[in-house]
Design a protein around this ligand. Structure first.
Ligand SMILES: C[S@@+](CC[C@H](N)C(=O)[O-])C[C@H]1O[C@@H](n2cnc3c(N)ncnc32)[C@H](O)[C@@H]1O
Length: 281
């Protein structure tokens, strides 16, 4: 629960409208009226950490300076970056145990040794690292050329993802055997951390990408993970996104969405596999 600091300046109606209009246009996030308190609470923190005394001046500055770090912090503060290793674990099992064996056989027959995966909205990297671990465990033969594209709108999240350095408590979901195999232990100023090893990092390409803009992404992609991202978008935005994912996926490719992001209410031609799992059959 977020609380508003009582001595924070008030958020004027016109400023809330400017913020929500901009955020919707820029990154598709739907900050409807019910999010007013959340916007106020989160931006109050930004105000306290910067030199601005009111929201109007802060927003003027941020919108005029999209290359400034504060712009990224503004976007970050209004989006949700929550993630974890092996979140919604059934997706990783389905990928490696159900879809992958058949896919590799077909690819081998067609002399196509490339496997392409996209983690769209990868936050601080736990999703693409989980994919990399699963694939590394499942595909033993190194003749395969496996690349995971991991993208996010948040530059700060991408920095964390690229570093691959995680606090001890963030790593708890990874079984000990895999943790020891794919992460090295570090102690920094008395705190314990785990760092993803080169073997995993080499499989992932981290890139800044806004899903509302052009995608410099080369298809066809075999698996797209876009989980817990679309939930913040409205239906028309979700519709467009799903159509674009369809175009980019290979025949037989699979789209994984987050636990509360079924494609109900969206027009599409995907084959339903199970809740939140859709195949371009
Ligand atoms: C809740 S996290 C989900 C992380 C991960 N996919 C998972 O399920 O654990 C949502 C991520 O989507 C990103 N995001 C929101 N809008 C975006 C956009 N327009 N383009 C790219 N990424 C976006 C946010 O920055 C955030 O890191």
């Amino acid at each position: 629960m977020e609380t508003i600091i009582t001595n924070s300046p008030s958020l004027k109606e016109e400023d809330f409208v400017r913020i929500s209009d901009f955020i919707y246009q820029h990154c598709g996030i739907n900050l409807h009226d019910g999010k007013r308190e959340l916007v106020h609470a989160r931006l109050s923190k930004r105000l306290r950490n910067s030199d601005f005394n009111n929201f109007s001046d802060y927003i003027d500055y941020v919108l005029k300076n999209p290359d400034d770090r504060e712009f990224s912090l503004f976007i970050d503060s209004l989006s949700t970056n929550l993630t974890s290793f092996f979140r919604e674990e059934q997706h990783f099992d389905l990928m490696s145990e159900k879809f992958l064996p058949a896919l590799l056989k077909i690819k081998e027959k067609n002399n196509d040794l490339r496997l392409r995966i996209w983690s769209a909205g990868c936050s601080s990297g736990q999703e693409p690292y989980s994919i990399a671990i699963k694939l590394n465990e499942a595909v033993k033969n190194n003749k395969w050329d496996i690349k995971i594209l991991a993208t996010d709108i948040s530059k700060t999240m991408l920095e964390t993802a690229q570093n691959g350095l995680y606090d001890e408590d963030k790593i708890a979901q990874i079984p000990a055997e895999l943790r020891n195999k794919y992460f090295s232990r570090q102690t920094i100023r008395g705190r314990k951390y785990f760092q993803a090893m080169g073997e995993l990092k080499d499989m992932i390409i981290f890139k800044h990408l806004n899903l509302m803009e052009n995608w410099p992404v080369k298809g066809p992609i075999d698996f797209i993970f876009c989980r817990n991202v679309m939930i913040y978008f409205d239906k028309p935005t979700q519709q467009k996104l799903v159509e674009r994912f369809w175009k980019l996926l290979a025949g037989g490719g699979v789209l994984f969405t987050g636990h509360s992001e079924s494609l109900t209410g969206i027009k599409h031609s995907f084959k339903y596999i199970s809740p939140t799992v859709y195949m371009k059959a």
